[in-house]
Design a binder for this molecule. Structure first.
Ligand SMILES: [Mg+2]
Length: 216
């Protein structure tokens, strides 16, 4: 049976918190250097509000809202900050690229990430050559589309790596044979309460631990 490893993106391979800290700081410098701390705090507040309302971070929606509320800032200039490859490529977790390079010789590797597709693809741009295009899945609602995506891999032995326990639980419900790996990093994992009746097949704190799990 062919082996497939599906990686989540945010907090699993990519560090969205450090990325946000950098772009919010750049936004503040562009909008008003004198009020930097205030603007950064406002960006974080707006981000939390939009995640609550929409579930994903959509840069265009965010920047439209930000510039409208502050009555300052050029939309195109701020959008360019978000999509700058020089910034995006620096926010992968330090173990990500090395792990992908190693594991792609042992299994087919893919992405199963929730998010706004344009931004998620921009994050992936510097490592996308390691993946086959048909194994990159970026639904806006991962829980909802999980069953349909996993059904495409009936002939595969699947290992699914994610920082969000509810996502792993959802995958297990749809495919009991799947191997779920919880990478415990980022704000969701650290606040996660146990889910009654579900324990992931493995829990790791670094992707370097994945190699021996895959071989098991
Ligand atoms: Mg994640």
């Amino acid at each position: 049976m062919r082996r497939l490893i599906l990686f989540d993106l945010d907090n699993t391979l990519f560090d969205p918190a450090s990325f946000r800290a950098q772009i919010f700081s750049k936004f503040a410098e562009i909008i008003d250097k004198e009020k930097k701390a205030e603007i950064v705090a406002f960006c974080q507040h707006l981000y939390d509000e939009q995640i609550k309302a929409f579930g994903v971070f959509n840069p265009e929606r965010f920047i439209h809202s930000l510039t409208a509320k502050l009555h300052k800032g050029k939309i195109e200039t701020l959008l360019a900050v978000v999509f700058a490859q020089d910034t995006l490529k620096d926010h992968f977790h330090s173990d990500s690229v090395e792990t992908i390079k190693k594991l792609k010789n042992k299994a087919i590797i893919g992405i199963l990430s929730q998010g706004e597709e344009k931004l998620q693809r921009a994050k992936l741009a510097s490592i996308i050559h390691h993946f086959h295009p048909s194994h990159i899945h970026i639904p806006e609602n991962k829980k909802k589309e999980m069953r349909e995506i996993l059904q495409r891999y009936e002939e595969y032995k699947i290992i699914f790596v994610d920082d969000m326990l509810p996502m792993l639980f959802e995958a297990k419900k749809n495919r009991p044979g799947i191997k779920t790996v919880w990478i415990k990093r980022g704000r969701y994992a650290l606040l996660q309460q146990p889910i009654k009746g579900f324990t992931p097949d493995a829990t790791i704190s670094s992707l370097t631990e994945l190699e021996k799990i895959v071989e098991r």
